[in-house]
Design a binder for this molecule. Structure first.
Ligand code: MSK
Length: 660
C-alpha cells in the first residue's frame, strides 16, 4: 500500500520523514497518536459545569439525550461553537487592541523606534471616524484615531465604529436581527455569560449572539488591526519574496520570527540590516544575517519588506529541524509549545516575548515597545552568538519559490485604473461578463490531520482553472506561495482563459496574497467596494463569492467564518463538523443564516465536494443577479479589460480617489 504523505509540500515532507528516521517527534506523529475525541469532535460534550462533563450520545441523541441539567444536544453544540467564536474573537481582538495601543504610544512619543508611515491612510481612517485632520499635527490626529478605536473594545452601548463601512443593506440586516456589536469585549463577555450553565438554552439565540461577537471581530478588532498596521508600517503594495523551507542560508545567521503581531518583526527587519549588526555577524564567521518569517508574522513582514516565509503552521517544527536556525523568536498565537523541547534537540534558541505567551523551556525576553530596538538588538546578538554552535545535522532542503505578495485592498483598487482612476469597475465588469466566474477567499490554517497544505493546493488549482479569482490570506497564502502558485506565470499555466486574460491585462497572479489572518478584513473591504461599485449585488450577500478554509484548526477560523457568513458570504470549512451532533444547529448555520444574511457556514471534509459546493454557490448567485451564464472557455481571444473607453468612463464618473 502506498504510504500516505504527511505534508503536501515536498520539502516539508522530506523533513518530516527525516524526523521519523531520527526519532524526532512532530505534530504529524502526535496527530497520528492522538485521534480526535469522537464526542467532543461533534460538539456533544458539555463541560461547562461540574455536574458533568456530560456526553450527549446514544441512539437518536438529538431527540433524547440530555445533560444533568436537561440541556439538549442542540443547546450544547451551539454553546460549544459560540465559545469557539468568542475565543477566536478575543484572540484577534487583543491583536487589534495591541496595535491601537502601539499607535497611541507612537502618537504620544512613548515608542520612539516606531513612526507613522502611511499618513494618507491615517487621514483616510480619521475621515471614516469623523476626526478632523486637515491642518493638524500628524501625531495629534493619530492620538485621536487610536483613542477612538480603543473605545471600540470597551464600548457598552451603541455601535462599533467600522460598522458603517459595511454596505447599507448589510447593516440593515444586522439591525433587523439585532446583532450589531456594541464593543468587542462586551460581546465576548456576553457569549461566555450566555453559554454558562443555566443561561441561554435556545440554539438560535446562542448562535445569533455568536454572529454578533464575530462581527465585532471582522468589522472591529481585526479590521482595526489591519488598518492601524498599515498606518504604522505602510500599506502593502506588491513585492517580490520567496517561500518554503529552503529560504535558510548555510553561511548566514538564520533567525525565524513566528506568530502574528508585527511590532517586533518590523524592528527586527531594521536591526538585521544594521551595518553594526552585520559586522558583528561577520566577526563570528557568518556572511550575514538572514531573517525569515513563519505563519502570519511572516505575512506581515513579507508584504511590507519582502522578507521570505519558511511556511505556515505545520512548518514551524520543520524549520528548526533543518538544523540551520540559530534562533526562533515568537510573539503571539499559533505557536506550538512543542517548539521549546524540539529546539533543545538542536542548537536553536527559542525565545518568547509576550506576557501573554510563556512556554516552559523557552527563554523569555519581554518585548516593550518603548525599548523596541534595544530588545531587537539583544535578540539578534543572541542569534549571532549562537552561530558557532551550529552542528552538522538536521535536514537541509533547498526548495524555495518566488512569489508576489502584498495586495492590499487599496492596491487592488489602484491596479484597476491607476492612482486617480482606481475603482472596482473592471473587476465587476469582468465578473458580469463571465470572464471571471466569481471570487473565492481561500484562507486559514494548514493542518496535520490531512496531508498538510494539500487541500489548499488542490482547491487553488481547480478554482483558477474554473476562472475563479482567488484572494488568499494566512497560512493558505503561504501554502500557495511555497509551491510557486503566487506568480503571474500561474495564470498562464493553470487559469481558465477568461481569468488568464484578466490577469494578463492587469499583470497580476490569479491568486492574490492579501496578508495575515487579521487581513481577512481586506476581503470585507473589497466586497463592500464591489457592492458600492454597482452591477453586482448592492450588498455583500448575493455576490458570486465564497469563503473556504479547507484545513482550519484555530478558534480564530470559526470567528472569521462567522463574520463572513453574517456579512453575506457562504463559507465552507474543511474537516469534520464541530456541530455535527445536532442537525438543528447545522440547519441554523446553513439554511437559517442564509435566509437572514445570505451567508452560511458549512463543514465538508471532501475537497471535491468543497469545490462543487463553491462553484454551485457562485453559479446560483450569478443566476440570481441575472448575469451572463458562465461558459467555460468562452473568453481568451480578445483583450478589452481596461481599454481607453473604459478608463474615460471611470474618469467621467469622477469617483473619489481613495487609492494609495
Ligand atoms: S497563522 S490562525 S494557523 S492561518 Fe495566522 Fe495560520 Fe491559522 Fe494560525
Amino acid at each position: 500500500m502506498e504510504k500516505k504523505a504527511h505534508h503536501a509540500n515536498p520539502a516539508s515532507e522530506k523533513i518530516v520523514e527525516w524526523g521519523e528516521a531520527n526519532q524526532i517527534e512532530t505534530c504529524f506523529d502526535r496527530a497520528q497518536k492522538m485521534k480526535p475525541c469522537p464526542i467532543g469532535e461533534t460538539g456533544a460534550c458539555c463541560k461547562i459545569c461540574h455536574m458533568g462533563p456530560c456526553r450527549l450520545v446514544g441512539k437518536d441523541a438529538e431527540a433524547t439525550a440530555k445533560g444533568v441539567c436537561g440541556a439538549s444536544v442542540a443547546t450544547v453544540a451551539a454553546r460549544n461553537f459560540a465559545r469557539m467564536i468568542a475565543a477566536g474573537t478575543a484572540c484577534h481582538g487583543d491583536h487589534g487592541r495591541d496595535m491601537a495601543f502601539t499607535l497611541l504610544a507612537v502618537a504620544e512619543g512613548h515608542a520612539k523606534d516606531f513612526k507613522i508611515t502611511d499618513v494618507r491612510k491615517l487621514y483616510r481612517i480619521a475621515g471614516i471616524l469623523d476626526i478632523e485632520f486637515e491642518g493638524r499635527p500628524v501625531n495629534d490626529v493619530a492620538r485621536d484615531v487610536a483613542t477612538k478605536l480603543i473605545e471600540d473594545f470597551g464600548r457598552q452601548r451603541g455601535e462599533m465604529n467600522f460598522i458603517k463601512r459595511a454596505p447599507q443593506k448589510t447593516q440593515e440586516r444586522w439591525r433587523k436581527w439585532d446583532i450589531v456589536p456594541r464593543g468587542l469585549d462586551r460581546e465576548v463577555a456576553e457569549t461566555l455569560d450566555r453559554t454558562t450553565m443555566g443561561m441561554d438554552a435556545d440554539p438560535d439565540s446562542i448562535l445569533m449572539h455568536g454572529l454578533r461577537t464575530a462581527i465585532s471581530n471582522g468589522w472591529g478588532g481585526s479590521m482595526i488591526s489591519t488598518e492601524v498596521t498599515d498606518v504604522l508600517f505602510g500599506t502593502p503594495q506588491p513585492v517580490k519574496a520567496e517561500a518554503s523551507l529552503g529560504i535558510f542560508k548555510e553561511d548566514e545567521v538564520n533567525i525565524v520570527i513566528h506568530g502574528h503581531e508585527p511590532m517586533l518583526a518590523e524592528i527586527l527587519v531594521e536591526v538585521v540590516n544594521d551595518p553594526e549588526m552585520i559586522a558583528y555577524a561577520k566577526s563570528k564567521g557568518a556572511k550575514g544575517i538572514n531573517l525569515g518569517g513563519m505563519c502570519c508574522t511572516a505575512n506581515e513582514v513579507m508584504m511590507r519588506h519582502g522578507i521570505p516565509s519558511a511556511g505556515g503552521l505545520t512548518n514551524q517544527e520543520l524549520s528548526i529541524m533543518t538544523g540551520l536556525v540559530e534562533l526562533m523568536v515568537v510573539d503571539v498565537q499559533c505557536i506550538m509549545p512543542a517548539l521549546a523541547g524540539l529546539a533543545k534537540k538542536f542548537h536553536t534558541k527559542f525565545i518568547t516575548t509576550s506576557k501573554k505567551v510563556k512556554i516552559p523551556g523557552a527563554q523569555h525576553i519581554q518585548f516593550e515597545e518603548d525599548r523596541a530596538k534595544e530588545i531587537a538588538k539583544e535578540i539578534t546578538k543572541l542569534a549571532i552568538d549562537n552561530y558557532s554552535n551550529r552542528k552538522k545535522g538536521g535536514s537541509h532542503v533547498t526548495d524555495k519559490y518566488p512569489l508576489i505578495a502584498g495586495f492590499s485592498h487599496e492596491y487592488i483598487e489602484y491596479m484597476q485604473g491607476g492612482r486617480y482612476r482606481g475603482s472596482f469597475r473592471p473587476l465587476n465588469d469582468a465578473i458580469m461578463a463571465g470572464r471571471v466566474r466569481g471570487v473565492v477567499g481561500l484562507v486559514g490554517c494548514d493542518n496535520p490531520r490531512v496531508p498538510a497544505t494539500g487541500l489548499h493546493k488542490y482547491l487553488a488549482v481547480e478554482l483558477i482553472k474554473n476562472d475563479v479569482l482567488i484572494v488568499s490570506s494566512g497560512c493558505s497564502s503561504v501554502a500557495c506561495g511555497s509551491v510557486g502558485y503566487l506568480t503571474p506565470e500561474m495564470a498562464m499555466e493553470y487559469a481558465g482563459p477568461g481569468l488568464r486574460e484578466v490577469c494578463e491585462a492587469i499583470g497580476i497572479p490569479p491568486i492574490l496574497h492579501l496578508g495575515s489572518c487579521v487581513d481577512n478584513t481586506r476581503i470585507l473591504t473589497i466586497a463592500a467596494a464591489m457592492a458600492a461599485e454597482g452591477g453586482l449585488s448592492d450588498e455583500i450577500g448575493g455576490m458570486p463569492a465564497v469563503g473556504i478554509a479547507p484545513e482550519w484548526m484555530s478558534e480564530k477560523a470559526t470567528a472569521i467564518a462567522c463574520y463572513f457568513a453574517a456579512s453575506g458570504v457562504p463559507v465552507i470549512m474543511g474537516g469534520e463538523s464541530p456541530v455535527s451532533a445536532s442537525k438543528e444547529v447545522t440547519r441554523i448555520m446553513t439554511e437559517v443564516w442564509f435566509e437572514r444574511f445570505r451567508g452560511a457556514v458549512h463543514f465538508e471534509p471532501d475537497p471535491e465536494k468543497i469545490l462543487a459546493m463553491t462553484l454551485d454557490y457562485i453559479d446560483k448567485a450569478r443566476a440570481a443577479l441575472k448575469l451572463k451564464k458562465y461558459e467555460p472557455g468562452k473568453f481568451g481571444t480578445e483583450k478589452v479589460l481596461m481599454d481607453m473607453a473604459a478608463r474615460r468612463e471611470i474618469e467621467k464618473a469622477g469617483r473619489p480617489h481613495i487609492g494609495l
